[in-house]
Write a protein that binds this ligand. Structure first.
Ligand code: 2NL
Length: 349
């Protein structure tokens, strides 16, 4: 009992417990003597020895609580948390270049009065193809380009597809909103294609303006203003070439000039040309398919790859790395989440 009372910490208390109640403990020895006693002796000694065990156990429990409280009080009195120490650095993710570029584009076009429109990635044949004047026989409908859903997923007799461009978003806007319309439609699109420069999923941004008296001059100004703001250079030179898209007439392909500086191509100047956009005046048939009178409403549209725009501005050379999710690539090419993607140059008032 004295051993228990004298214990100052957990170790001493445990030694005391072993000395009394352990395999070779004093009380254990006493308990063992009960076996060799006569029944009369056991009747008198039994309760005494058992009572002793109970009071020692009670004392041990009480002392244990005392020691624990004393140890906690000592730690509380001596240990200090230094609140002025810097917090440990937590791993920090980055904004993917595709997200960054989409934010930049939304910012630029917002300055020019364009709203951002969104739509489903699973589309019906009408919104993805028919309304856009893409006939049944058009190569874009061939199986090797489009991911088709099984026939039993057809809705209202319409075959469903993974959208091959964001144009259906614009079709949905034209059928649900009154002109004038000024929108951009950024998002994921899907084509059954895969090599160093093509991934089955990629990102597109399209723009659409529908109003009265819209002509090619509006298209040219909009694209020039956009590309100068995006590349943050005043010396961006555009070259417009006649082209063909089923949904625009006339159709225009847009190249930007580049210069070669230290062996690298840099946007600006006109040493060489790089194709960056497809565009044109919205085809009369497309305007009519959306329930608008093409004699009243005209417009222009354009489309380009967000991934490609990111590569041109930020200097990546392999598209596949965009979707590998390699953290080293993201740490290198990604953007700080706390940076707001405004452009130093801006579009101007
Ligand atoms: C390209 C070319 C283009 C459009 C997209 C469009 C949308 C509607 C009506 C008419 Cl609703 N046109 N979009 C027009 C011309 C070109 O994209 O090379 N994209 C990657």
């Amino acid at each position: 009992m004295q051993l228990v009372e004298r214990s100052k910490d957990m170790d001493e208390l445990e030694s005391a417990r072993i000395a009394v109640l352990g395999k070779n403990g004093e009380l254990t020895a006493l308990l063992k003597t009960l076996g060799s006693m006569s029944p009369e002796e056991r009747q008198t000694q039994g309760p005494i020895i058992n009572g002793l065990r109970e009071s020692i156990t009670t004392a041990l429990t009480a002392k244990k609580a005392d020691v624990e409280t004393a140890e906690l009080n000592r730690r509380l009195a001596t240990e200090r948390v230094d609140m002025t120490l810097p917090a440990p650095d937590a791993p920090r993710g980055t904004i993917h270049p595709v997200s960054q570029v989409m934010d930049e584009l939304a910012e630029i076009f917002a300055d020019m009065g364009f709203a951002v429109a969104e739509g489903p990635e699973i589309e019906d044949d009408w919104h993805n193809f028919t309304a856009l004047n893409i006939p049944e026989t058009h190569p874009a409908r061939a199986m090797h380009d489009t991911f088709y859903f099984p026939d039993d997923m057809a809705r209202d007799g319409q075959k469903m597809v993974l959208r091959t461009h964001t144009s259906p978003v614009q079709i949905r806007t034209m059928t649900s909103q009154e002109p004038p319309i000024r929108i951009i439609a950024p998002g994921r699109v899907y084509r059954s294609d895969s090599d160093a420069t093509h991934t089955p999923m990629f990102h597109q941004i399209e723009g659409l303006v529908i109003d009265k008296g819209i002509h090619l001059g509006h298209l040219k100004w909009t694209l020039e203003t956009f590309l100068k703001a995006y590349f943050e250079r005043e010396d961006v030179v555009l070259r417009l070439r006649p082209s063909y898209f089923p949904f625009t007439e006339p159709s225009v392909e847009v190249d930007v000039g580049y210069s070669v500086i230290n062996g690298k191509r840099v946007i600006g100047g006109a040493e060489g040309w790089m194709e960056v956009l497809g565009s044109g005046m919205v085809h009369r048939k497309v305007i009519a398919a959306c329930g608008l009178d093409p004699d009243v409403w005209q417009g222009f549209a354009f489309g380009t790859g967000v991934d490609r725009l990111a590569m041109l501005k930020y200097g990546m050379d392999d598209l596949r790395a965009f979707f590998d999710g390699d953290n080293r690539w993201l740490q290198h090419y990604g953007f700080n989440a706390l940076d707001v993607p405004t452009l130093s140059g801006g579009v101007g008032a």
